[in-house]
Design a protein around this ligand. Structure first.
Ligand SMILES: O=P(O)(O)OC[C@H]1O[C@H](OP(=O)(O)OP(=O)(O)O)[C@H](O)[C@@H]1O
Ligand SMILES: O=c1cc[nH]c(=O)[nH]1
Ligand SMILES: [Mg+2]
Length: 211
């Protein structure tokens, strides 16, 4: 079974409080999501391979390590996953970015894939699927399945908030996948929203709330 890692660093918990708050405006929400993505990037790259290099300090040769090149691909699920890309690229600037467009049908809650574009060397990279919300798990599962169907083998999933139902669905369909979260919430409501959650992540990131 893949690991479930809840990244509960105090700075992440602090920022998540304001991300959840309905009174946080679009600009602040976007900045906070970006910041949490940067902090989570630190944790999700904890086990990337290193290679040894020697560097000359002003006084001696030091045996050092560098992250081996061309390691990571970021795969945001459109739209809301886009809000986490820049924050991760701050720590992993050599990552390439692929996109998977999925939208949940509000009645069936089933995801519909409307776009996919992956880096040409995606099968050689550790791919991090990113989406703020893991609700029923339908979107994450569809994205992971799409990647696997194209020959990708090393895949992790990174979300801000998950419902237990979503975690269980991903673990059942893809038991090889590690899941990284900033918070694990209580449940889903009858519309497939995470409770207490943060509302609709895409709408809050892009200011498209219908109210
Ligand atoms: O786990 P699930 O039940 O599949 O729900 C989670 C999905 O729902 C949201 O996207 P949405 O369909 O609202 O699209 P958007 O990002 O364009 O707003 C969210 O960003 C996830 O992709
Ligand atoms: O709570 C939820 C569930 C799915 N998608 C969201 O943006 N929020
Ligand atoms: Mg949405």
């Amino acid at each position: 079974m893949g690991r479930l890692i809840v990244c509960d660093h105090p700075l992440i918990q602090h920022k998540m409080t304001f991300i959840r708050d309905k009174n946080t405006n679009t600009k602040d929400f976007r900045e906070l999501v970006d910041e949490v993505a940067t902090l989570m990037a630190y944790e999700i790259t904890r086990d990337v391979p290193l290679v040894s290099v020697n560097v000359e300090t002003p006084v001696a040769v030091a045996e050092c390590k560098v992250v081996s090149g061309r390691m990571v691909g970021l795969i945001p699920i459109l739209r809301a996953g886009l809000g986490m890309v820049e924050g991760m690229l701050k720590l992993i600037p050599s990552a390439k970015v692929g996109h998977i467009g999925l939208a949940r049908n509000p009645e069936t809650l089933r995801p519909v894939e409307y776009y996919i574009n992956l880096p040409t060397d995606a099968t050689e990279r550790l791919l991090i699927v990113i989406d703020p919300m893991l609700a029923t798990g339908g979107s994450a599962n569809a994205a992971i399945e799409s990647l696997k169907n194209r020959g990708c083998k090393q895949i992790k999933l990174m979300c801000l908030i998950a419902a237990p139902e979503g975690v269980e669905a991903v673990q059942k369909a893809h038991p090889d996948i590690d899941i990284y979260l900033a918070a694990l919430d209580s449940r889903l409501d009858e519309h497939g929203y995470i409770i207490p959650g943060l509302g609709d992540a895409g709408d809050r990131l892009f200011g498209t709330m219908h109210n």
